[in-house]
Write a protein that binds this ligand. Structure first.
Ligand code: PEP
Ligand code: MG
Length: 836
């Protein structure tokens, strides 16, 4: 019997290259002819294919069409097969849709899903797909359409050509954050790379597949690769895998320390019923519990044409990835890299080809797009949970969370809203598990504590609760969910316990405990509240980098004396439309009010580079960091600049200490044009003058600082960008990140030039890039003459401590030695770790 081309490799005589059919009908006819000649179909099936076109759209997207016959004509299919007609010049399939590969499918049952699976995989590799449109070697097409990368060969003999062995030494096993770094690394190579544990093999480029290995500390694995760059890929992967060990061990140590301190929780005077979990975020909360009902989501199955469904899924995935990236960037800037990693790992889950393929298969079976996506997520999450490994169970929750984000994009009516329907009274929120998005978006005026049935101390809920300062316990088990709504309770986030039905004596004791903790906190805050004054009396102003009014109180409680950088692009990035003048005005006003007379430096929109705003539909940049970004974009788009300036001047008119700062300034012409816009709008509104400053992020601005100082009121150095432009290292480059050190002597020299240039005209210089929040960096910058440091609120106490323990003269000496160093490592080696 002839081989079945849906499961066996495609045969050369079923491929026709360089075809130029007269139209769609001709293309279908030619492809059908190939199937007839190979004995796959009766000639009449060609008509059936044409009839199908009248009732369904078989254009799959990305230049691929999949004509196939009517279901009732399956009897004309003699054996399963596919034929490929390559049309380099393209053939119009439908208005606006041009097919370059016509993949005609003859399938007796549901066997065509196999070919769709390959096609959907191929569609995620657009470069490879489009190369097939003009390939002159049929073998390339045959290989692309025949290989099924989903099933790497299992078994000890299944390793690829080159390999290395490694024993997992991550104390909590291979969980999603390190795994997503593995995947990112593997994906930067063309080689096929796999990870084997016993007889289980995973594709190193697919996160879910990797996680399904369920690797725990002590497990031995073999990482193997084959292909042109296999050797380099393995060397890099090995370096990345082992480098992550140190971080994983440090995290585990910190978790252990937290667990130890958990023993010091509150003990009630009476014997109360208690639910025991794991302390995840310290603090005591007294209040009624509110049990969140399990999210009851019924996704209706509304079939839609395949192509339409494919497009909707594609768009939803793209938008969700972009949103997660924005969320990760913002979280990284506000909270830190580890917290940002939560959202990066989530975005990685969306790149999982098995998941997407499964959703496509379900659509091809005739199900609706929302239903198919939801089902694919549920099946995949279900298989992760079934492995009975707590690490994987947590990832299942992540997958459901990220799946829900995509679902809400496919159909906004499917957004789960229960977390927002909280009682008016502050409550202890009890849930099976909370997703990172739920936790990050909690209404803090209504939720005083969290208790989840699932999760662990390193789960995302725990990490985010700690950063929000919200008492929390995790892993309380199902008993939690059986509590009656409104049960009075005392949540002990340190001891990991939820005490129920407290009596008056218990409440009094808990109240006293809270008061003692509050006193301790107040003492700590008082120290943070002291100025960053060196021992010899030099004061550095300390600002916070925050973007929203509700973040201001936290920043102030950490010791911020104002806001040194409000990144306004985040007003645009976290939503799907652009806020207008009125909404921006309200936000700036609320910022000024929250700051109550303290300084606020608002940076005008810095869009472009790493901050893409899809809904603005700006032209695609070849090289976004060197293209139209920041001030360059504002000057080209008055529709972005003017409403923002109007909103800012209107806010300034109501009082407060507002300054305006422009990003990515390179030349005087930009400053003059921006200043002219400010003057004109200010005059129109009869608003007060406010200080106008520029970001020094481009080496040109640092080198010409003395010139710029004549034209602006202050400088704030964006060391993140200044470093990337000075060292020519993309700030997001995974391999080069470690080399993009803002303490590189070349960057320090540019900072010194800026300070000297500014001083000639009596201007002050601040730094709002990441290095300002590094205690050693802050010490060096102070020694270089920087007057203001603005950072993530979280970093303020340590920076203040470092400066208060130093003498300016010693810092100046330190800066002089740093400038004279040859390398960034030599600069870092000057760090004595404490007093200077
Ligand atoms: C910088 O470049 O250092 C900076 C503060 O701006 P952003 O990180 O927003 O580009
Ligand atoms: Mg910048």
């Amino acid at each position: 019997m002839a081989p079945d081309t849906l499961t066996a490799p495609l045969l050369p005589d079923l491929v026709r290259l360089a075809a130029s059919p007269a139209g769609k009908q001709d293309a279908i006819g030619q492809a059908a002819q190939l199937l007839v000649a190979a004995g796959c179909i009766d000639p009449a099936y060609a008509d059936s294919m044409l009839r199908r076109e009248a009732v369904a759209n078989t254009y799959l997207g990305h230049g691929v069409a999949i004509p196939h016959g009517m279901v009732e004509d399956r009897n004309m299919v003699r054996r399963n097969g596919i034929a490929v007609l390559q049309v380099p010049g393209g053939v119009e399939w439908n208005p606006g849709q041009t097919a370059h590969l016509v993949v005609a499918i003859a399938a007796q049952s549901d066997a065509h899903i196999g070919i769709l699976r390959r096609l959907t995989r191929l569609m995620q590799d657009e470069a490879r797909l489009s190369s097939l449109f003009t390939a002159t070697d049929p073998a390339l097409l045959i290989a692309a359409l025949s290989e099924d990368q989903a099933a790497p060969v299992a078994g000890p003999g299944g390793d690829l050509a080159e390999s290395f062995e490694w024993v997992v030494d991550y104390p909590t096993g291979l969980h999603a954050r390190p795994a997503s770094t593995w995947v990112e690394t593997a994906r930067s190579f063309a080689a096929r790379i796999q990870v084997r544990h016993g007889d289980q093999v995973a594709d190193a480029k697919a996160l879910v597949s990797l996680l399904q290995l369920g690797l725990r500390a002590g497990d031995g694995i073999v990482v193997s690769a084959e292909g042109g760059d296999a050797t380099a890929a393995l060397a890099r992967l090995k370096a990345v895998i082992t480098r992550l060990s140190a971080q994983e061990k440090a995290d585990a140590k910190a978790a252990a320390l937290r667990a130890r301190s958990a023993a010091q929780g509150w003990t009630p005077p009476g014997a109360l019923p208690v639910v025991v979990g794991i302390g995840a975020s310290p603090g005591l909360a007294i209040g009624p519990v509110h049990v969140l009902p399990p999210a009851d989501l019924t996704v209706p199955d509304q079939p839609s044409p395949l192509i339409n469904g494919g497009d909707r899924l594609h768009e939803a995935l793209t938008l969700t990835r972009q949103h997660l990236k924005a969320l990760a960037d913002d979280t990284g800037r506000r909270l830190g890299a580890a917290e940002a990693g939560i959202f990066r790992a989530q975005a990685e889950l969306l790149n999982d080809t098995d998941l997407i393929t499964l959703a496509c298969q379900l659509m091809v079976e005739g199900h609706g797009v929302a239903w198919s996506w939801h089902e694919a997520v549920e099946r995949t999450a279900g298989s992760l949970s079934a492995l009975n490994n707590p690490v994987l169970a947590a990832r299942a929750a992540d997958l459901r969370d990220v799946g829900q984000r995509v679902l809400a994009r496919i159909d906004p009516s499917l957004r789960i809203g229960s977390i927002h329907d909280l009682p008016d009274q502050p409550c202890i929120l009890v849930a099976d598990d909370l997703s990172p998005s739920d936790t990050a978006g909690l209404d803090m005026s209504r939720v005083i504590g969290l208790a989840t049935a699932q999760g662990g101390p390193t789960s995302h809920t725990a990490i985010l609760a700690r950063t929000l300062g919200l008492p929390a316990i995790v892993a309380g088990g199902k008993a939690l969910l059986e509590l009656a709504d409104g049960t009075p309770a005392v949540l002990d986030g340190q001891g990991g316990r939820l005490h129920l039905d407290p009596g008056p004596a218990d409440l009094e004791s808990a109240g006293a405990w809270i008061a003692r903790q509050a006193e301790r906190k107040a003492r700590e805050e008082e120290r943070r509240g002291l100025p960053a004054r060196t021992r010899d009396g030099h004061t550095v102003e300390i600002g916070a980098n925050v973007n929203r009014p509700d973040q201001v109180p936290v920043a102030l409680s950490q010791g911020a004396e104002g806001v040194g950088l409000m990144r306004t692009e985040f007003l645009f990035l976290e939503r799907s439309d652009a806020p207008g003048e009125e909404e921006q005005y309200e936000t700036y006003r609320a910022m000024l009010e929250a700051l109550d007379g303290r300084p606020l430096i608002v940076r005008t929109l810095d869009i472009g580079g790493d901050k893409q705003v899809p809904h603005l539909q700006l032209p695609q940049e070849e090289n976004p960091f060197l293209g139209v970004r920041g001030a360059r974009l504002l000057l080209r788009q008055p529709d972005l600049l003017e409403p923002q300036l109007r909103a800012l001047y209107r806010a300034a008119k109501q009082g407060g200490a507002l300054s305006i700062m422009f990003p990515m300034i390179t030349s005087l012409r930009e400053v003059e044009a921006l200043r002219a816009a400010c003057d004109r709008i200010r005059a129109e509104l009869d608003a007060p003058a406010v200080p106008l400053g520029i970001m020094v992020e481009v080496p040109a601005a640092a080198v010409q600082a003395d010139m710029f100082a004549r034209h602006v009121d202050f400088f704030s150095i964006g060391t993140n960008d200044l470093t990337q432009y000075a060292l020519a290292i993309d700030r997001q480059h995974p391999d080069l990140a470690a080399e993009a050190d803002s303490l590189h002597p070349a960057v320090l020299r540019l900072i010194r030039m800026t300070v000297e240039g500014a001083a000639r005209h009596g201007r002050w210089v601040g730094v709002c890039g990441g290095i300002a929040g590094d205690p050693f960096g802050a010490a060096l910058l102070t020694g270089l003459g920087v007057r203001e440091l603005s950072m993530t609120p979280h970093d303020i106490p340590a920076v203040k401590d470092r400066l208060r323990d130093s003498d300016l003269s010693a810092l100046q000496d330190l800066a002089a030695r740093a400038i004279a160093c040859e390398t960034a490592d030599a600069v870092r080696a000057l760090d004595g770790g404490g007093a200077s």
